[in-house]
Ligand binder design. Structure first.
Ligand code: 3H9
Length: 692
């Protein structure tokens, strides 16, 4: 074996040269990897004994793409294009041998090879779209030439990782090797190519499929229309589509020019910067500086859930889906029956949509036990309480759990607002108490806030994070404070939204601005969806707020056909003249002189206090890092991923600008806008949150 460099080796096996890359963790196309490819291929081509070349990777995967950390830095070593040109124009056949994932630039390298062999467990994909990019190494022109424009549209705009068998069916993979025997299989395949004198197949020369689509612009029009909602606000899906159009309508080299131009636009733009940042933030969030990876964890084989309402039921489903038995406890038989029936109905609905078999439904339901006695939770490894949000009730439940549940178990609360340190005073083992704040619907929403209290032990934290991963959540570790991270920041936006409609805007103005920013809906549409009467009581209501007045008129949101908006029978929202009058009368009664409010003011008033609150959270150490706050807002509150979360957004706007606006607002409107000390310090230092 001859080393090419620190990440590449060339071995000669009879007439086959095997170029092996080994650059953990994912063989990304860093400068040394590109060098190893270019130099390794050259050596193999120069060696007269070699008749064909296999390109293979060590470690857990084939090349998983360009090295994302290199974007924006000065280029080093041979370009990817140079390495690919050497492969594609080689005088000897080159076979890509794929295991793990051939993604992005990795698949683009494989597409310049003359043949591709993969093990059945391998997956191929062009996931650049999820980084706000498009495949910028010829993938947009080569993939449609192999799989056809329709499949390329699906793959490139979803970023899906497609299994090797499906790849074989669509011609992306030429042969499947036996699992675990990729090297032998690829070498045997290469020998066969040589023996049969098969041609050097260049994907760039395959034109049948793109030519067949030429003159059919409806392929693209239909696709755009069908996905308009999904792609709203994102640049990358549209740019990917335009590249495939170019592949269909232009010669290969012209298509590459379109790809290059659009790639450059994306890679230098703010959307991709945000999406790349989120990629790393999603991985960073699991790392806990003071809870090292080797912290012992508690085996969780049995879960107890208290409360069979919407939240308790949703929480239970997460564990059932992961094959962990759940005992759910209620106080009344009918509530228990209703809760269990709802879980079954949810599963049956999934089965009806074909996303689960009836057998899967029964398997999950067989893991679920209902009970009216807390004593049945005695041998649970984890108990999650999801009862009414009332401190006395919660403390009472925890006091009982302390007496009943075995030592060593985790005692968790799903509270979204109450002080977990206080809840922990109800037990003699506060180190076992933690907050697991699920978001509704708990079986669907990705976010889990793991709330560490003062005395929570490290094994309890480590286990909670590990469990979150097991049930498919993205978890952020946060500290105890009112509303924790997510709702605490939300409160800022809600307060300003309410003030804005008093001062001069209408709910639909505020909603439109935030919708156009990229949120799935604005705060008033969200209130209508959730129900205006959450936390409202008819008996106590004195018409003191606009919400009180709406609820008193039975305008309680979508469910009553009216709230901040009027709704038709299909739940389409229309601005409401009734609400407009209520707001105007209300403002008049408070002596407010309403004025025209610009969209820019709405945006800044709603968003900058969120950035500022995030800074306070960091100052107080209630979140570990700015990017964790962004993860919370992207996964729990629909912050558009292409804007990177509130903290990234603050950096993008410029913290000096945020501070200037906050200071001006504070002068005119008081302490709600008081800038945080951290924000002020960062501006003085000329830094952003990302440099913390
Ligand atoms: C591209 O190719 C552009 C081209 O078209 C054009 C070029 C001109 N770069 O996810 P994991 C790190 S764009 C740098 O936890 P898994 C990751 O941060 C690229 N680093 O493992 C983590 O680091 P750490 C298109 C990368 O087994 C570690 O590797 N490709 C890259 O759960 C392990 O990652 C993609 O978008 C990278 N490309 O999943 C694929 N990838 O340990 C992106 C990973 O310090 N990657 N790292 O936290 C993935 O989807 C997953 O990492 C993969 C493995 C499925 C491969």
């Amino acid at each position: 074996m001859a080393a090419i460099n620190e990440v590449g080796d060339l071995t000669i096996e009879g007439e086959i040269g095997v170029l092996t890359l080994n650059s953990p963790p994912v063989n990304a196309l860093s400068a040394p990897v590109r060098t190893a490819i270019a130099d390794g291929i050259k050596q193999a081509l120069d060696n007269p004994a070699v008749k064909a070349i296999v390109l293979i990777c060590d470690g857990k995967t084939f090349i998983a793409g360009a090295d994302i950390t290199e974007f924006g830095k000065a280029p080093k070593g041979p370009s990817l294009f140079d390495a690919q040109a050497m492969i594609e124009n080689a005088s000897k056949p080159i076979v890509a041998a794929i295991h793990g994932t051939a993604l992005g630039g990795g698949l683009e390298v494989a597409l310049t090879c003359h043949y591709r062999v993969a093990v059945p467990s391998a997956k191929c994909g062009l996931p650049e779209v999820n980084l706000g990019l498009l495949p910028g190494a010829g993938g947009t022109q080569r993939l449609p030439r192999i799989v056809g424009p329709e499949k390329a549209l699906d793959m490139m705009t979803s970023g899906a990782h497609v299994g090797a068998k499906a790849c074989k069916e669509m011609g992306l993979v030429d042969e499947l090797a036996e699992e675990g025997k990729l090297r032998e299989g690829a070498i045997a395949f290469a020998r066969k190519i040589v023996a049969e004198k098969r041609p050097l197949k260049k994907v760039r020369d395959l034109n049948d499929k793109v030519e067949a689509a030429r003159g059919h612009p409806e392929i693209f029009a239909t696709f755009r229309k069908a996905n308009a909602r999904k792609f709203r606000g994102f640049l990358a899906p549209e740019y990917n589509i335009q590249c495939i159009e170019a592949a269909v309508n232009l010669p290969f080299d012209e298509g590459i020019k379109v790809e290059q131009k659009l790639f450059r636009e994306l890679v230098t733009g703010t959307q991709s910067a945000a999406q790349r940042y989120v990629f790393f933030a999603e991985r960073q969030v699991w790392k806990l500086p003071d809870v090292p990876a080797e912290t012992p964890t508690i085996p969780v084989n049995k879960v107890g859930v208290i409360g069979a309402g919407t939240m308790g039921g949703g929480i239970s489903m997460n564990f059932l889906n992961a094959g962990i038995p759940v005992t759910i406890v209620e106080t009344k038989q009918d509530a228990l029956d209703r809760g269990i029936a709802t879980i079954r109905k949810n599963y049956e609905n999934t089965a009806k949509k074909g996303r689960m078999t009836q057998d899967d439904v029964e398997k999950r339901m067989s893991l679920l036990k209902g009970s009216l006695a807390l004593e049945d939770l005695a041998d649970s490894d984890l108990v999650i309480e999801a009862v009414f949000e009332n401190m006395d009730i919660k403390k009472d439940v925890f006091g009982k759990l302390d007496r009943i549940v075995k030592q060593g178990a985790i005692l968790a609360t799903n509270t979204s607002a109450l002080n977990i340190d206080e809840i922990a005073t109800a037990v003699k083992r506060p180190e076992a108490v933690i907050g697991l704040h699920f978001f509704s619907p708990a079986n669907v929403m990705k976010l889990l806030e793991v709330v560490r209290a003062d005395k929570t032990s490290k094994p309890v934290i480590a286990t909670s994070m590990q469990l979150a991963k097991k049930i498919g959540k993205i978890a952020a570790l946060v500290g105890v404070c009112p509303g924790f991270v997510g709702n605490r920041i939300l409160a800022q936006r809600q307060r300003e939204a309410q003030k804005l409609i008093l001062e001069g805007a209408m709910p639909w103005d505020v909603d439109r601005v935030l919708y156009d920013f990229g949120f799935p809906m604005g705060p008033f549409a969200m209130s209508d969806l959730a129900g205006l009467d959450i936390g409202w009581s008819k008996e106590k209501s004195k018409g003191e707020t606009i919400r009180d007045q709406l609820c008193e008129m039975d305008r309680r949101g979508q469910k009553t056909g009216a709230g901040f908006y009027d709704y038709d029978e299909n739940r389409n929202a229309k601005p409401s003249p009734v609400v407009e009058k209520i707001i105007l009368d209300f403002a008049a009664s408070k002596g407010v002189n309403r004025r025209a409010i610009s969209d820019q003011e709405i945006l800044e008033r709603c968003l900058y206090p969120m950035v500022n609150e995030g800074a306070k959270i960091l100052e107080e150490g209630k979140a570990q890092r700015a990017s964790d706050i962004d993860i919370v807002w992207i996964n729990g509150y629909g912050w558009p991923v292409y804007r990177g979360g509130p903290m990234f957004y603050g950096d993008t706007v410029g913290l000096d600008k945020v501070l200037a606006s906050m200071t001006a607002f504070a002068a005119a409107r008081g302490d709600d806008f008081k800038p945080s000390a951290l924000l002020e310090r960062l501006v003085v230092e000329g830094k952003g949150f990302r440099e913390l």
